[in-house]
Design a binder for this molecule. Structure first.
Ligand code: HEM
Ligand code: HEM
Length: 159
């Protein structure tokens, strides 16, 4: 099988779909925090719409992350770009983003469905790590686009 020059349509849709879902999780996190506080203090919560959105969107992210990993490991992938330290950093950030896409929802589920208080702490730490990695990821994409001008973004564009 020949090596593609860009990601497949499905991978591209999943990549940008996860970005939209991340925004959904973020905008619903205040509602989730209120429900979590109720649950920890009173042992019960009404589970507002925002809370339900947070849970469902997060579980969909988990499913899509597993799908993305499966595609990555079963289909030919475009070549890694860069070399040396730059390639290593790109790899670490990508692996980190996949880890966040898995551990963030799993820790949320352990807290919410299992009542594990510490999992709530892990969830918060993973979210902050995710933000850091996402910042590096977007900065790298901008660097490729406007400084290196190598049109790396085209590999993640539908057309
Ligand atoms: C993967 C996408 C998700 C993102 C981006 C996300 C993001 C967040 C953020 C930013 C907070 C507030 C943390 C804080 O400042 O205290 C939070 C809290 C929480 N989330 Fe999520 N979450 C996701 C998935 C989930 C899922 C799938 C569940 C459960 C099924 C969940 C359950 C919780 C709970 C219980 C809290 C309160 C715990 C705490 O604040 O320490 N989350 N989430
Ligand atoms: C504005 C936001 C974003 C931009 C501009 C962006 C841009 C890109 C680009 C250009 C690539 C292709 C890199 C290459 O060809 O090697 C890529 C890959 C990737 N992106 Fe993003 N991205 C964004 C948001 C996200 C989000 C929210 C996540 C997940 C939390 C994410 C996770 C990944 C991963 C894991 C890869 C590697 C795919 C693979 O090799 O399997 N990205 N991104």
């Amino acid at each position: 099988m020949s090596q593609p020059t860009k990601f497949s349509k499905l991978q591209i849709v999943l990549h940008w779909g996860v970005l939209l879902l991340f925004l959904g999780s973020f905008f619903s996190h205040e509602a989730m925090k209120d429900s979590w506080r109720d649950l920890m203090r009173n042992g019960t919560t009404d589970g507002s719409i925002g809370t339900q959105v947070h849970v469902i969107v997060g579980i969909v992210i988990l499913a899509l992350a597993i799908w993305r990993l499966a595609l990555r490991h079963t289909k030919p992938q475009p070549a890694e770009v860069g070399s040396g330290l730059q390639a290593l950093l790109a790899k670490v950030v990508k692996i980190g983003l996949y880890v966040v896409m898995l551990v963030l929802p799993l820790s949320g589920m352990a807290a919410w469905f299992g009542g594990v208080r510490d999992a709530g702490e892990v969830h918060e730490v993973m979210f902050n790590l995710g933000l850091l990695l996402l910042g590096l990821h977007v900065a790298a994409a901008l660097f490729h686009q406007f400084v290196l001008k190598d049109n790396l973004m085209a590999r993640m564009k539908l057309r």
